[in-house]
Design a protein around this ligand. Structure first.
Ligand code: 8X3
Length: 248
């Protein structure tokens, strides 16, 4: 049984990816900050073997301790889905909050690196692995007030490309999925719990569901060895660009 390791698995795209990969025959390591949610996910996926790890990807020490302590049966990670991350604030740069910037850069960029760094020794030793980074249309397109979030996802895009170059000789594939508007906790987090403002983001059109992105990730990681789907941009049907959405 192959093993998939998913960060940010307590909600949204990460959780849906756990469900999709369990259905595709993987056993799972699900990582996140919220133990109760991860335990509930593990219970829901039974009898699929699921190991829960509770850490914040920003905490490099906690990440490496957790990975080093993985039970033997979950140590040989075949697929890593670097999903943890998010947006904090949506303001012009001159009105931005530096602690929001730190949080986005620390989770979306350094966090991805922390988890990747912890898992690469095993993957390179086994000469096999598949890393899927969850980027965003925001990493490909500038939009007003997106500043540091866009920059963090642009970093993910460039890391994906450079990691792909570095890691292919070690037998490891690296790919990226770039979602547009997906209805998750994303906007509630961005707007610091302002549910009304968050709901408006998805009003007047049908946004992507986390499951839509998860099934793409599952498809990407189950292609045969001679196929690499390196990048996918997935938008809502009513969306033609990051902030260009046909609303009714
Ligand atoms: C989430 C999509 O367009 O709100 O990454 O930045 S967007």
């Amino acid at each position: 049984m192959k093993t998939a390791f998913i960060t940010g698995a307590s909600s949204g795209i990460g959780r849906a990816t756990a469900v999709a990969l369990a259905a595709a025959g993987f056993q799972l390591v699900v990582a996140g900050r919220r133990r109760e949610r991860l335990d509930a996910l593990a219970a829901e996926l039974a009898p699929v073997p699921v190991h829960v790890l509770v850490f914040d990807v920003r905490d490099r020490g906690a990440v490496s301790v957790a990975v080093a302590a993985l039970p033997l049966a979950f140590q040989a990670v075949d697929v890593l889905v670097n999903n943890a991350g998010g947006a904090h604030g949506l303001n012009p740069i001159q009105a931005g909050d530096p602690s929001d910037w730190d949080q986005m850069l620390d989770s979306n960029v350094r966090g991805l690196l922390n988890v990747t760094h912890a898992l690469l020794p095993g993957m390179t030793a086994r000469q096999t692995g598949f890393i899927v980074n969850v980027g965003s249309i925001a990493g490909q397109e500038a939009y007003a007030n997106g500043n540091v979030y866009c920059a963090s996802k642009a970093a993910v895009a460039m890391l994906t490309k450079t990691m792909r170059l570095d890691l292919l000789p070690a037998g490891i594939k690296v790919a990226e999925v770039n979602p547009g508007a997906v209805e998750t906790e994303f906007s509630q987090v961005r707007f610091k719990g302002d549910a009304e403002r968050a709901a408006k983001v998805y009003q007047g059109f049908e946004p992507l569901r986390p499951e839509d992105v998860a099934e793409i990730i599952a498809f990407m990681v189950t292609r045969p060895p001679h196929v690499t789907i390196a990048e996918v941009l997935v938008l809502a049907g009513a969306q033609s660009a990051a902030t260009t959405i046909l609303r009714k």
